[in-house]
Design a protein around this ligand. Structure first.
Ligand code: NAD
Length: 489
């Protein structure tokens, strides 16, 4: 049964003005899951007006921080209360295995709870200044926030955007990816139930062209927060210059996962596979470049090949499945084009590279987990973000060489190092130019910690205390304690 959704604007459910709709299909079997409004510029403009009105004249930012926090706690409860349905819907919309979707849903609830608690901890400072002055700093919401998110973690990315913005007292227009809008719209139902004031959050579905562009460019928006590809991020940043919006960007990555010979090799092999193939490799922080010390190169590759059959492909709702379909037929073709490029560049395809055969795979966008060995750092498969289940294995001989290869990228999102030598681990982490680093693990991250990239992987940070900073203005207040005129003239 497919469901027809509407946009959540100004506390009501609305259609696109043009009445256009988009069918949403399950990437694992092609079934119709839902229909959503296909909004354009005019629809986004209306949502922005609602958010503007709610910020300028509504009660939201005048609420006590405690009351805002309580509403965020209720949103977290609302997510938990329908976590099973949300997780299943996430699988049917973006393809990931159910266990991963369940994790995302739980984490989305935790994110609202984290920022619900943080709402009451926002504070300014008093400064010691000379003369007869009392000076202090106030922290205030920025205003209307335009938030644009991608398709790989639909509900979680919505939580990462909305929770800190709301805790700080802003109002929001959220545009999910046109491919995966469903859990964000379900979140709209939760927001309605917690009686969030009209216009405080608006969720509008539509494509990047038109809808996304308007959210980045409209001068009634004070801040734009974007997660997506680096090429799109550059466009958003350019559009945001219209009124010099505050901006934060969470972009792509080509992340090095470095394994030294003195690592626990069994754990490193596990971490290499999880780093590369979790969420079908459709992860900004995926460890898509595996840098392996020459002396253990064969052991690591053989160890991965032995374990690859355990990565069971299938529909995300099928029990035991560890890897689902890619998000769309077009995206699978893009990933396949990189596999062709890798072969042409002379890398050695040691597993995968094909669509799996069998009836259960016939109507989904499946692709086998793929490993290229003997990859050179200058090959395109080692430099460009593929955003799919394709791992490039590169050899190195010294620590210096590993660091040089790791940093030889325009990106700087994440990196990991595997070694039992704590000094080496710290040395390497200190020299890696990336915003998220791991030692002897891959992928775990927590709401308490900052998330974001160096170089062309982004601007600003999400999550933790750093995340709320991105949604706050800073105001200095100077009080003259000397009643006499200053007497300058
Ligand atoms: P994308 O850049 O194609 O789209 C992201 C969002 O931007 C979508 O909502 C899309 O509709 C919108 N958009 C497209 N063109 C636009 C425009 N001109 N103006 C405004 N909005 C526009 O990315 P995607 O394919 O959805 O997601 C994959 C990318 O996201 C990867 O590069 C991945 O690394 C990145 N990503 C980064 C993080 C992070 O935290 N750094 C997290 C998840 C995904």
């Amino acid at each position: 049964m497919s469901k027809e959704y509407q946009n959540y604007v100004n506390g009501k459910w609305t259609n696109a003005k043009s009445k256009a709709i988009r069918d949403i299909r399950d990437p694992g079997n092609g079934e119709l899951v839902a229909a959503v409004p296909e909004c354009q510029k005019e629809d986004i403009a209306l949502a922005i007006d609602a958010a503007r009105e709610a910020f300028d004249h509504g009660p939201w930012r005048k609420l006590t921080a405690q009351d805002r926090g309580k509403i965020l706690f209720k949103i977290a409860e609302g997510i938990r209360a329908k976590s099973k349905d949300l997780a299943e819907l996430e699988v049917r919309n973006c393809g990931k295995p159910l266990a991963e979707a369940e994790f995302d849903v739980a984490d989305a609830a935790n994110c609202f709870e984290f920022y619900g608690g943080l709402a009451t901890k926002i504070h300014g400072e008093t400064m010691q200044v000379p003369a007869n002055s009392l000076s202090f700093v106030l922290r205030e919401p920025i205003g209307v926030c335009g938030q644009i998110i991608p398709w790989n973690y639909p509900l979680l990315m919505a939580a990462w955007k909305l929770a800190p913005a709301l805790a700080a007292g802003n109002t929001c227009v959220l545009k999910p990816s046109e491919l995966t809008p469903l859990t964000a719209l379900e979140l709209g139902e939760i927001l309605m139930r917690v009686e969030l004031y009209p216009g405080v959050v608006n969720i509008v579905t539509g494509p990047g062209t038109g809808a996304g562009e308007e959210l980045s460019a409209n001068s009634k928006v004070d801040k734009v927060a974007f997660t997506g590809g680096t090429v799109t991020g550059r466009k958003v940043m350019t559009a945001a210059t219209s009124n010099l919006k505050k901006i934060s960007l969470e972009l792509g990555g080509k992340n090095p996962n470095i394994v030294f010979a003195n690592a626990d090799l069994e754990a490193a092999i596990d971490g290499a596979l999880f780093g590369a193939f979790a969420n079908q490799g459709e992860v900004c922080s995926a460890g898509s470049r595996l840098l392996v010390e020459k002396s253990i190169h064969k052991k690591i590759v053989d160890g991965m090949l032995q374990k690859i059959p355990k990565i069971k492909l299938g529909h995300g709702l099928t029990s035991g499945v560890k890897m689902g379909p890619l998000i769309s037929a077009a995206h699978r073709e893009k990933v396949e084009s990189y596999i062709k490029i890798g072969i042409e560049e002379g890398a050695k395809l040691v597993c995968g590279g094909k669509r799996p055969t069998g009836k259960e795979f016939a109507s989904g966008n499946f692709l086998e987990p793929t490993i290229f060995d003997h990859v050179k750092p200058n090959m395109r498969i080692a430099r460009e973000e593929i955003f799919g289940p394709v791992l490039s294995v590169i050899s190195f001989e010294t620590e210096e060489e590993a660091i040089r290869i790791a940093n030889d990228t325009e990106y700087g999102l994440a990196a990991a190092v595997w070694t039992r030598d704590v000094n080496r681990a710290i040395r390497v982490v200190q020299q890696i130019r990336a915003g998220i680093t791991w030692v002897n693990t891959y992928h775990p991250t927590f709401n308490e910690l900052p998330w974001g990239g160096y170089k062309q992987s982004g601007i600003g940070r999400e999550l933790g205390l750093y995340g709320i900073e991105e949604y706050l203005e800073t105001k200095q207040v100077n009080i003259n304690l000397d009643e006499a005129p200053i007497g300058w003239y």
